[in-house]
Design a protein. Sequence first.
Length: 143
Amino acid sequence: MEHLFMKHLGEVWRCANLFRTARCEALGIGSYQDSYLLNICAHPGIPQDRLAELIYVHKSNVARQLASLEEKGFITRTPDPQDRRSLLVFPTEKAAAALPAVRAAHRAWNERVLDGFSEEERAAIGAFMERLARNAKQAYKEE
């Protein structure tokens, strides 16, 4: 049972990533970068290390993805004036222009995977997923 649960959860995650990547490819946004842009646009000036904590990604992976997004013109990184070792991440106009398409890709995915579910079922899935996420975050913190 446990193995199947994780198997299915992993399949949903991988399919979601492939779907969103295909939808965002024309924008020049690669794998997982849509999530970075959503968070950076929601938190302009976020410290790079805080972004890693927010999206539960290793700092080295965040640095690589941000370097790619910076090279493509989606973000800028500047030293934090209060802590020169820290980099602050800001979205560019290009990121703001891409945001509606990124959000549309996320909405389209949600609609596709929830197709055929009633409103009550959708609400229950949402509640279960929030609880799973809370438990996952707690387990990670305790480890």
